[in-house]
Design a protein around this ligand. Structure first.
Ligand code: HEC
Length: 128
């Protein structure tokens, strides 16, 4: 009887282990890029590969936890902050608040940062 119980519990453990292992395999076959982009607006998808990497790297030290929140981990949320708080001007890129702010000497960035921001916003606009 004891042996029987032991083999049953072994089978049970094996069965449970297999159940756990399966979902991981099926997730790995899904395309990560497609699944993460599915929540984003078209404008945010263009933003994600243009301005976002620059502001996330260069401004994220502060602007992921300090107002305005335009360099946070959520691409859509960073995008919406830039648009809704008028921090970018997509119809007149050099008039964008983030460009003017940096060119005015914010946090002692060189003027090259203003230029990089302007180029990244232009690339974003060109994809819309
Ligand atoms: C070391 C911290 C720090 C970093 C890095 C930083 N900022 Fe700021 N930022 C601040 C602080 C503090 C304020 C609020 C005071 C002020 O306006 O200067 C602010 C405010 C702002 C504002 C809103 C106020 C306004 O005048 O419109 C903008 C826009 C801005 N930052 C842009 C940027 C950009 C773009 C970058 C990256 C290229 C950046 N910041 C990097 C600290 C930082």
């Amino acid at each position: 009887m004891k042996r029987l119980a032991l083999s049953f519990s072994l089978l049970l453990v094996l069965f449970l282990y297999q159940n756990c292992a399966q979902p991981e395999g099926s997730e790995a076959t899904a395309s990560p890029a497609a699944s993460t982009n599915s929540n984003l607006s078209d404008s945010a998808i263009a933003f994600k590969t243009t301005l976002y990497p620059l502001v996330r790297d260069s401004c994220g030290n502060c602007h992921d936890e300090r107002l305005p929140f335009f360099a946070v981990a959520s691409v859509q949320s960073a995008h919406d902050t830039l648009i809704n708080s008028n921090l970018v001007d997509l119809s007149n890129v050099s008039n964008s608040r983030i460009v003017i702010k940096i060119n005015g000497g914010h946090q002692s960035y060189s003027s090259n940062m203003g230029y990089q921001l302007e180029t990244a916003i232009t690339n974003w606009v060109n994809q819309l």
